[in-house]
Design a protein around this ligand. Structure first.
Ligand code: AMP
Length: 249
């Protein structure tokens, strides 16, 4: 079974994000960009399934600017076998990404697609669900445990009240949540090996998809600054303040 893992290049989670002065978006020039953390978890899970002999090949795909090839290389260094870069300078929104991924699924015929549960730049949490809908495949979102056996994947999902376990017939889409695993660091020899692994570059038109955005961003603003707290000198003063001043925001 082949596994397809979409990996998005996003502003690194350690970077303090700044809004562009014209309010049109977030500053990415001169900022460290890395693989979306949930996608690292997805790559790790796919590589573990290959190590267990359940998967035969792990294919990673990134959609966006040419620099996304670096993100693909990181996934190849973690153990993925080959990469596909769908190159475009159009700003991609989840529906366009899902359509492009569907076209790749039609071509590659994987048994599993494992996207991250959400990209930390736009927080959409939509692509995996849209892809499953376009494919007509079952979906196991927010996966914290995955087990594949006899044409079925059992997915433990993190839901509000606790954990829900669902069984899905393959092929299926699973979206990776934080507790699914702890991704490995790529070792130096594996980084060297990854340089020789193939990356195919194609354009959205090669997949017959028009990626033009459907949503317009009106404005991006910084969150309001937190106001300074107040120090109290006694429990009695704290209780009085909680009674008279504290508000539910
Ligand atoms: P989102 O729906 O935007 O929160 O993204 C959910 C997941 O879809 C991400 O964790 C990625 O696995 C995948 N994804 C979204 N955009 C891209 C992209 N441009 N390239 C590769 N994967 C993507």
């Amino acid at each position: 079974m082949k596994i397809l893992v979409p990996v998005k290049r996003v502003v690194d989670y350690n970077v303090k994000v700044r809004v562009k002065s014209d309010g049109s978006g977030v500053e990415t020039a001169g900022v460290k960009l890395s693989m979306n953390p949930f996608d690292e978890i997805a790559v790790e899970e796919a590589v573990r399934l290959k190590e267990q002999g359940i998967a035969t090949e792990v294919v990673v795909v990134s959609l966006g600017l040419p620099a996304c090839a670096e993100t693909i290389r990181t996934a190849l260094a973690m153990g993925a076998d080959r990469g596909i870069l769908v190159e475009t300078d159009v700003e991609l929104q989840p529906l366009a990404v899902a359509k492009l991924l569907k076209a790749l699924v039609d071509r590659e015929q994987p048994g599993l697609v494992i996207p991250g549960k959400q990209a930390i730049d736009d927080d959409m949490n939509a692509t995996g669900q849209m892809l499953a809908a376009l494919l007509g495949w079952p979906q196991g979102t927010f996966a914290s445990k995955v087990a594949v056996q006899d044409g079925t994947v059992t997915v433990t999902r993190e839901v509000d009240g606790g954990l829900e376990t669902v069984a899905l017939p393959l092929p299926a889409v699973i979206t990776a949540d934080l507790r699914l695993n702890e991704p490995r660091y790529a070792s130096l020899p594996n980084i060297m090996k990854a340089r020789k692994k193939p990356i195919e570059t194609i354009k959205p038109a090669d997949l017959g998809v028009d990626p033009t955005p459907r949503l317009t961003v009106l404005k991006v603003v910084e969150p309001p600054k937190r106001q300074a707290g107040k120090k109290v000198t006694s429990v009695a003063e704290l209780v009085a303040k909680l009674r008279t001043e504290a508000k539910v925001i």
